[in-house]
Design a protein around this ligand. Structure first.
Ligand SMILES: [Zn+2]
Length: 295
C-alpha cells in the first residue's frame, strides 16, 4: 500500500483486464488504469468492512447489503444514520510507483473516489488528449501530486489538492512490471452474496466457514489497508457528507428523464464518470451529468 505524503511524483501503471466483467466495461485483454469498487463499513456484530458486490453503484442488485438498504433511500432523512454507517462508498484501486521512494516498486493506491479520482478525471477531461495516456507503459506521464492532510474527529486523511502533469514523457516501463497476478479482481475479497447477507443481518449460523472466511478477509484487509485504515474511516465520513445528495438524480421509481448521455449510459446517475467513454464527454455535459449524479 502507498502511504501518502504532501507532495508525491507518481507514475500510474495499467493492469490487464482478465475477464469480461470489468466494472468499467473495459474488454478482456485490454489495459486500464483504475478499478472502481465499493465498500460497506461497520457491518455485522464485528463492525467490519466488506467489499460491495455491486460493480459500480448502490442501486445495482448483486449486493445483498445494497439490496437491504435500497428501501431506506426512499426516506433517507429518517434512515440517515443507518445509511451513513452502511451504504456503499465509492473507491478506486490504482497501481503506482512513487518516484521519490520506491524505484520500480509497484504499490497499490486504494483511495476514495471523492478524495482523488474525481479530481483526476477533471484534469484529464480539461487537458489535451495526450494527458489521457498518462498511464501508458511507453510515453506515459508522471503526475506530480499534492495532497492536503486533513483531520476529522481526531482521524487524519489525505485529499488531493493539485495534480500537475509533467511536460515530458517519463521513461518507458517494461510491461513485465505489471505481471498477470496484479489483477484488481483478485486483490479484492468478495464474499459470496449469501454469506455477506447473513453477516449484515447478523444471522447466527455464519459459524464455521463464515467465521473463518471473515477472519481471512479481515487479515487480508489489514494487510491491504495497513496504517491507512484509521485515516480511511475518517475519509469516508467526509465522503458521506459529499454523497448525501447522490440519489437525487436517479430515477429509481421509473420516472426516467430523457437520457442525455451521448454514449447511451444513464445520464446523471452513478454511471456518470465510470465508463471509459466518459473521458471523451464534452465538458459542459460532463459537468451537468456530475451535478445531476451528485458526485
Ligand atoms: Zn453493496
Amino acid at each position: 500500500m502507498l502511504d501518502l505524503r504532501k507532495r508525491m511524483p507518481l507514475d500510474f501503471l495499467a493492469y490487464t483486464v482478465n475477464n469480461n466483467s470489468n466494472p468499467l466495461d473495459v474488454p478482456k485483454g485490454e489495459t486500464w488504469y483504475r478499478y472502481p469498487f465499493g465498500v460497506h463499513k461497520n457491518i455485522g456484530v464485528l463492525n467490519k468492512t466488506y467489499v460491495c458486490l455491486n460493480p459500480t453503484s448502490p442501486f445495482e442488485t448483486k449486493c445483498p447489503i445494497c439490496n437491504q438498504l435500497a428501501p431506506l433511500w426512499q426516506n433517507k432523512i429518517a434512515n440517515k444514520e443507518i445509511l451513513d454507517n452502511n451504504k456503499r462508498k465509492a473507491r478506486d484501486l490504482f497501481f503506482v510507483i512513487d518516484r521519490d521512494e520506491d524505484g520500480d516498486k509497484v504499490r497499490l493506491l486504494d483511495i476514495s473516489f471523492h478524495m482523488f479520482t474525481k479530481q483526476l478525471l477533471i484534469e484529464i477531461g480539461e487537458g489535451n488528449e495526450r494527458l489521457g495516456d498518462f498511464f501508458e507503459f511507453k510515453e506515459g506521464i508522471t503526475l506530480n501530486t499534492r495532497w492536503e492532510q486533513k483531520t476529522y474527529n481526531k482521524g487524519e486523511y489525505f485529499e488531493i489538492s493539485r495534480i500537475d502533469f509533467e511536460t515530458e514523457s517519463r521513461e518507458d516501463y517494461s510491461e513485465d512490471i505489471m505481471p498477470a497476478e496484479y489483477d484488481p479482481e483478485k486483490m479484492l475479497i468478495k464474499l459470496p452474496a449469501e454469506q455477506l447477507e447473513k453477516i449484515f443481518l447478523e444471522v447466527d449460523d455464519v459459524s464455521s466457514g463464515g467465521e473463518e472466511k471473515e477472519e481471512k478477509t479481515s487479515s487480508r484487509k489489514e494487510k491491504e489497508k495497513g496504517p491507512e485504515k484509521k485515516k480511511k474511516k475518517e475519509e469516508e465520513l467526509e465522503e458521506e457528507l459529499e454523497e448525501e445528495e447522490k440519489p437525487k438524480g436517479r430515477s429509481r421509481d421509473g420516472k426516467e428523464e430523457k437520457n442525455k448521455c451521448p454514449e447511451g449510459y444513464k445520464f446523471g446517475t452513478d454511471d456518470c464518470d465510470t465508463k471509459p467513454k466518459c473521458a471523451d464527454c464534452p465538458q459542459d455535459l460532463w459537468n451537468e451529468c456530475m451535478n445531476a449524479a451528485g458526485k
